[in-house]
Write a protein that binds this ligand. Structure first.
Ligand code: MG
Length: 140
């Protein structure tokens, strides 16, 4: 599985990379623009990302806009339903406005609130286990 971790704070990128490296190859992006570019490049290389973890508050392009760009790209390529990447918004901002925007306008797959806790994140990932091709229990 290929994973794209997107966060403008180095500490958060490292933390997520640490938690997820056992599940697959992790790439890092520092803002939304870089994330959208990496996402498109991986698709063109025929090695698309299966999972994207997307921070919301970032310079250049924020996570909400990056999410919309990623979904627009997938649509343009004719990908839908389970062919779409699993995209988790990872943010300290869990206000209703942010959550509604991420789910209904951006079509994120799920939403995780910071501070990130490994067990919580893995439980969420497990919900999409089949789609991500995860083993029965990634915590084991
Ligand atoms: Mg941020």
């Amino acid at each position: 599985m290929r994973i794209l971790i997107v966060d403008d704070e180095p500490h958060n990128r490292t933390l997520l990379q640490h938690m997820l490296k056992a599940l697959g190859e992790c790439d890092l992006a520092v803002d939304g623009r870089e994330a959208v570019e990496a996402f498109a490049m991986a698709f063109e290389d025929q090695r698309p990302y299966d999972l994207v973890l997307l921070d919301i508050m970032m310079p250049e392009m924020n996570g909400q806009d990056a999410l919309k760009s990623i979904r627009a790209f997938e649509q343009e390529k004719g990908l839908s339903g389970n062919q779409e990447a699993v995209v988790f918004m990872v943010s300290a901002l869990d206000t209703e406005t942010q959550v509604v925007e991420a789910f209904f306008k951006g079509h994120c797959t799920d939403y995780v609130t910071k501070p990130i806790n490994r067990d919580g994140l893995f439980a969420k990932l497990q919900e999409y286990g089949t789609r991500l091709g995860l083993d029965q229990n990634p915590l084991a």
